[in-house]
Design a protein around this ligand. Structure first.
Ligand code: ADQ
Length: 749
């Protein structure tokens, strides 16, 4: 794609090549999703189009689907010359009969299918589908109120089964999941299609979901790939994208016209490059008045999850920054989350179909490993959270970290004018101010740190502490959550740098750098609205399962700084020290998966699961499960409902920059009968939320007593505390945070 000038010319040339094979997924690519899979039927126009394409000289058409071969036969078996690939590549049909690939069906899957059938035996609307190399559970028709219970059970079964059976993987679908042998995937069908299309055939693959990525990855540089769907910014190996089945069909009709009739006008729907050509600076500079840069982007935070899942995890940063950027004509730049196989970062890409527009970079896998997994998350993250025993340093990781910062600076200076204000976020990009200045950036540069800033004893453990500090002083504005972190930063500057330190300013090399506390908040109203009916039913089912006991709730990313094992231990101590609570209180711990490819995080997961098992084993009874552990993400509405239903918000990180869960819990309470916030004194939020019951997460006995106190607290004291807590949560919100920071940034130059 390197030297392409005109996209229409490129496609005119590509689709004229012979032999050419078009390989396309069916559901979501050619057919829109229907409420039930059996309702997603191809219309006569789609079948006629495939039939005509398959007849054309030098063109082969293959459908590659996750459906069973019986299903594909029923829908497309009568179309002559059409190649069919079922079960993600496992079954293939050219002329004549279906052929399975040469891989014995795994017998162990029968056992998993039986287990899933057992837990769905009373649930007639759930469907366990046994395929040759996989088992799928479809729950689209299960009423929302019953889904959660079913999924909790199914999840536990599948997790245990997959961890005991190497070579299998779990794939998430829309209201379905599938466990399949990882040796069967759509990529395996590519050589088979090429063989049938003829020597030297070029392949064009179209697909919409994650199973199509295997196909995209299996193709070579002479082939081409199109991601179909509105999820424009999803991480993909495809080189082009288009909007949905309507666009894909229009494009296939155009291919039919080009190959049948020769010269034709350009395609009615042009695929758009996933990696656009870099923007000309002048054009971009005039367009964008503010640039925000963070490691990850809102729509790209978890690229393996479907879009609706991603929206659920949106925290304060996104809800504050999106409107602030949109209002100011700003752009947001970040890493795509995609690790490239080579040694070079990709060019910056832009998606301006969304507001605010997003720009992103792909990074080489080795850089991600060293910079993101290494220096960011194994050096800075534990050190800044005062956990030096978890810290390790490697020179090569620091070097890659600086390089990543330079690549971001290069992208930024290519995208915006040198006078544009830039707001940088967090510990991944501490060296970006220096890198931007070296590229001649003149506009105001601000950094906001979302995690704590440690005292000088800890900070000076970084081998490059002085240099990092000096780089930080190239920003014009440095923002932290609390005055304590500001104090720590100024203390570090005083001790490790020749700069002059004032109350909220540092003077260095004839420049003044403003330093201040900008406590981040939430949008309190968004936790006070009643959830939609379906959402409410799903959560209500969980609450019903818990029964009449008092409820304590924990909600976190699964991260060792959040102190989840310590929290569970203290809950166990509560049941030991105050046996009267047995059978009368339940803890629901909701953990959202995080950084799972770093070993410490996988260990944390095992620790938490063991602790849950221990407590339930030791104290549980037939009618009472002390701890319910949910390893998944919830939407705002559901979290709000869980918070509101709980007697205690159990928010006990070992150390936390702010902690938004604490604020969310307060905002969601019924003001007439509020629950009690039990908050770690080591969360930044404790500075503003002084009326919580403050606790020490390192002290199990103390935390158990604080929990007992929170559970027993009378209405009058709860009302009193909650009134003051709510006032604090409404005083510094996501909006005031972004506006205050931006105002201070704009005042800098
Ligand atoms: P985090 O460490 O991610 O943020 P936090 O501030 O608590 O921590 O924000 C987590 C967000 O994720 C909350 O909005 C919460 O609702 C959501 N979340 C957590 N578990 C979830 C689940 N299971 N399902 C759905 N949503 C879930 C970092 C710093 C913090 C700082 C923020 C913002 O570590 O200290 O407060 O940035 O600056």
């Amino acid at each position: 794609m390197g030297g392409i000038v005109d996209i229409a010319d490129y496609w005119q040339g590509f689709v004229r090549q012979s032999p050419l094979a078009v390989v396309t997924d069916v559901d979501g690519t050619l057919l829109p999703f229907a409420p039930r899979p059996e309702e997603a039927l191809p219309g006569p126009d789609v079948v006629a189009l495939l039939r005509e394409l398959a007849q054309l000289q030098g063109l082969t058409v293959a459908l590659a689907s996750g459906r069973t071969h019986e299903d594909l036969d029923r829908l497309f078996g009568h179309v002559p010359r059409l190649l069919l690939v079922a079960e993600h590549g496992g079954w293939r049909r050219a002329e004549g009969a279906w052929q399975p690939v040469d891989l014995a069906p795994p017998e162990a899957l029968a056992e998993l299918a039986r287990e899933l059938e057992r837990i769905t035996s009373h649930q007639t609307r759930a469907l366990v589908e046994r395929k040759t190399w996989s088992v799928a559970l479809h729950y689209r028709r299960v009423p929302p109120s019953e889904r959660l219970g079913l999924l909790i059970q199914a999840d536990a079964v599948v997790r245990a089964w997959v961890s005991g059976h190497a070579g299998f993987e779990r794939l998430e679908g829309v209201h379905a999941f599938e466990v399949r042998s990882s040796r069967i995937h759509k990529g395996t069908a590519a050589p088979w299609v090429r063989e049938h299309a003829g020597a030297g055939a070029h392949l064009l693959a179209l697909g919409d979901d994650l199973t199509d990525e295997d196909l995209f990855r299996a193709l070579g540089s002479a082939d081409d790939t199109i991601l179909v769907g509105r999820e424009l910014a999803r991480s993909t190996a495809a080189r082009w994208r288009m909007n949905g089945p309507g666009a894909a069909l229009a494009f296939l009709r155009w291919i039919r016209a080009v190959r049948r009739e020769g010269t034709t006008p350009p395609p009615p729907v042009l695929p758009r490059p996933v990696t656009p050509l870099p923007l000309a600076r002048k054009e971009a500079g005039e367009r964008f008045k503010l640039l925000a840069i963070s490691n990850r982007l809102p729509a790209l935070r978890t690229p393996t999850e479907p879009c609706e899942e991603r929206k659920r995890g949106v925290g304060g940063l996104v809800s504050a920054l999106e409107p602030a950027l949109t209002a100011r004509g700003g752009l947001w730049l970040g890493w795509s989350g995609r690790a490239l196989p080579g040694a070079e970062p990709g060019p910056a890409c832009l998606d301006d179909d969304v507001l605010p527009p997003l720009a992103w970079l792909d990074l080489p896998g080795e850089w991600v490993e060293k910079s993101y997994n290494g220096f960011c998350n194994r050096s800075l993250w534990p050190l800044f959270h005062s956990m030096p025993e978890r810290v390790r340093f490697a020179d090569a990781e620091w070097e890659r970290y600086e390089q990543v910062n330079e690549v971001f600076a290069a992208a930024a200076s290519n995208i915006v004018d040198p006078d544009t204000p830039i707001w940088v976020h967090d510990y991944h990009l501490l060296a970006l101010g220096r890198a931007l200045r070296q590229r001649g950036h003149r506009g105001a540069l601000g950094l906001f740190l979302h995690i704590p800033f440690p005292g000088v004893d800890l900070f000076s453990m970084i081998p490059t502490a002085e240099r990092l500090l000096d780089e930080l002083l190239d920003f014009d504005l440095l923002g932290f959550h609390t005055p304590g972190y500001v104090g720590n930063f100024l203390q570090c500057v005083g001790a490790l740098s020749p700069a002059r330190v004032g109350d909220d300013v540092v003077e260095h090399r004839s420049r003044r750098i403003r330093v201040g506390a900008f406590p981040i908040g939430i949008l309190p109203e968004s936790f006070q609205e009643l959830p939609e009916l379906g959402v409410a039913e799903e959560t209500a089912a969980l609450l019903q399962a818990i029964g009449q006991t008092r409820l304590v709730i924990g909600v976190d990313r699964l991260d060792y700084t959040k102190g989840i094992p310590e929290r569970l231990r203290a809950f166990g101590r509560l049941l030991e020290l105050f046996p009267e609570w047995r059978g009368k209180v339940s803890l629901v711990q909701v953990s959202v998966p995080s950084r799972a490819d770093i070993p410490e995080y996988a260990e944390q997961r095992a620790l938490v699961e063991n602790a849950v098992g221990r407590i339930n084993g030791e104290f549980g009874e037939a009618h009472w499960v002390p701890v319910r552990y949910l390893y998944r993400s919830y939407g705002h509405g559901q979290l709000a409902q869980l918070y509101r239903a709980s007697d205690v918000g159990y928010v006990t990180p070992l150390r936390d920059g702010m902690n938004l869960v604490a604020k969310e819990y307060v905002a969601a309470q019924d003001p007439l009968k509020p629950g009690v916030l039990l908050l770690s004194r080591f969360a930044g939020a404790a500075v503003e939320l002084k009326d919580a019951v403050l606790t020490n997460p390192y002290h199990s006995d103390g935390m158990a007593r604080d929990l007992d106190r929170a559970l027993r607290m009378g209405l009058e004291e709860r009302l009193d505390r909650h009134g003051r807590l709510l006032a604090a949560v409404c005083r510094t919100t996501a909006v005031t945070w972004a506006e205050d920071f931006l105002r201070a940034l704009e005042a800098c130059r």
